[in-house]
Write a protein that binds this ligand. Structure first.
Ligand SMILES: [Zn+2]
Length: 487
């Protein structure tokens, strides 16, 4: 989070749901089994049957009252409140029981800033703080003086004289649409209270971003100031990050996000693809490509034993003169990925790619990330998952690892992957952990978990527990309960 390195970094199958405890046995069934047939009197059964019916009726009535009371919230969610490791983010949340919707609202004030300016002496001066923009300015300054203004103009918002007419509107609409499309409706929740399980929560995302003249223009109810630096169209580079004034004890309305004008479209630097080449006529990688594969493997450790969060798999597209050579080359890639026990062979799949000497290794689904959607993940209270130095070392915990584990999703770690908080765009179940927490807070009850709402059956409607001595008359002619089961 404090790293300023988004640029150097960022499956489709949804992760398995956390293991769930088996449904408890029906109380009446337990009674029948536990106490013994001989002593279970009809009176007892009738009494328990009434008790169960009463529990059901009470629960349904309570649920009805809860729903009829209407919308819960809105209120502000601070990701630091329940996650001690968090120090950034904030959003508003409300729950609409009648619609079964959890509404997440993220509000931002967007300050448009030119990425580069032209000095009085006619020199390009980088404003956007990354090394790549500094390099672009240096390249412009090598041009004849008369040619520089037109180049610097490409780093200037249209409202300040730049050539891209709709750039500010494009930024605002692109920000909203990319964040909403990435994050909405990914993993349903349901209420876990007995006989409330048909109460669900689908997460809706509403991003409201509006232009402000400068930082002072940010309103108190906006969660973030978005400094948006104009860069030339198609530029690859620039910084992106989220921080919060005051850190863990700061206000959920005091976040600062830095992005560039290219961060609301998919990134173009192919982070999830590695090119390799093979030795001519052989089944071996070139020495240089061996290094590429080793570095990749180091960034993609196998999941720790017992982890419920899936790791990204790899697909290797292999060229070669025939199927046998392609297979040899694939095996060479697998061997090098596996050296040191980094990447299990079971995570690697081969794709035939015709004749030639090249190969491509794709991480997960390979889909490019839109940086604004990743940065929004920080606003939702999630840490980076990509790899780097220090605390970002491959396999190390993130700042949401323990928090997600407490909600049943174990093994979140820094690793190269197609996850939204790593280098891709996949929102996995554990990325919804703060939404689950927000739902608990705003609804005023802790009884929520992952998984879609499910039908609630009225106890007597089940037909499984006949009144003693009577023929249950199961509809459809299904076998009835053996009469000998009851005294
Ligand atoms: Zn990040």
């Amino acid at each position: 989070m404090e790293y300023d390195e988004e640029r150097q970094r960022p499956v489709v199958a949804p992760a398995a749901k956390p293991a769930r405890a088996p449904e408890p046995p029906h109380p009446l069934l337990a009674l029948q089994q536990g106490v013994g047939n001989a002593v279970v009197s009809r009176a007892m059964l009738a009494r328990n049957r009434n008790m169960i019916q009463q529990q059901y009726d009470d629960a349904r009535k309570e649920r009805e009252t809860f729903v009829a009371a209407g919308k819960k919230g809105p209120q502000t969610y601070n990701p630091s409140t329940n996650n001690a490791a968090n120090y950034y983010g904030g959003f508003d949340v409300e729950y609409e029981p009648t619609k079964g919707e959890l509404n997440v609202k993220l509000k931002g004030a967007v300050a448009f800033q030119d990425g580069m300016t032209l000095s009085a002496a006619g020199r390009a001066q980088a404003v956007e703080p990354s090394a790549q923009t500094a390099a672009a300015a240096a390249a412009i300054n090598k041009l004849p003086k008369a040619a520089r203004a037109a180049e610097v103009a490409k780093w200037t918002w249209s409202s300040n004289g730049g050539p891209d007419a709709s750039d500010e509107t494009d930024l605002l609409t692109g920000f909203k649409s990319s964040v909403e499309a990435t994050w909405r409706e990914k993993h349903p929740f349901h209420c876990t209270k007995n006989y409330w399980e048909d109460l669900g929560a689908t997460t809706k995302i509403n991003v409201e971003v509006a232009k402000v003249a400068n930082a002072a223009g940010k309103a108190g109810d906006q969660h973030m100031l978005v400094n948006t630096f104009k860069v030339a169209k198609g530029f690859v580079g620039g910084s992106a990050d989220v921080s919060r004034t005051g850190g863990a004890t700061g206000s959920p309305f005091n976040n600062i996000m830095n992005i560039t004008s290219e961060d609301v479209v998919p990134r173009k630097d192919g982070l999830l693809e590695s090119k390799v080449s093979f030795q001519a006529g052989k089944g071996l990688l070139t020495p240089r490509s061996v290094g590429t594969v080793w570095r990749l493997a180091k960034e993609m450790p196998n999941a720790a034993p017992g982890s419920t969060i899936e790791t990204a798999n790899l697909t290797v597209k292999v060229q070669g003169k025939d199927a046998a050579q392609r297979k040899d080359r694939f095996d060479a890639v697998v061997d090098h990925l596996n050296q040191g026990g980094k990447v299990d062979a079971s995570r690697v799949t081969m794709v035939e790619d015709g004749e030639g000497e090249a190969g491509t290794i794709v991480v997960g689904d390979g889909n490019a990330q839109t940086v604004a959607a990743h940065e929004a993940g920080h606003m939702f209270g999630l840490d980076d998952e990509y790899t780097g130095g220090g605390a970002y070392g491959a396999g190390k915990k993130t700042e949401h690892t323990d928090f997600a584990a407490a909600a049943g999703h174990t093994g979140a770690m820094h690793a190269k992957s197609d996850s939204i908080m790593s280098e891709g765009s996949v929102v996995r179940p554990h990325h919804y952990v703060t939404f689950l927490d927000a739902l608990k807070q705003v609804s005023g009850m802790p009884d929520w978990d992952y998984g879609a709402a499910k039908p609630v059956k009225e106890p007597d409607g089940m037909g499984d527990f006949p009144t003693p001595g009577t023929d249950p008359g199961v509809p459809g002619g299904a076998a009835k309960e053996p009469e000998t089961a009851l005294a």
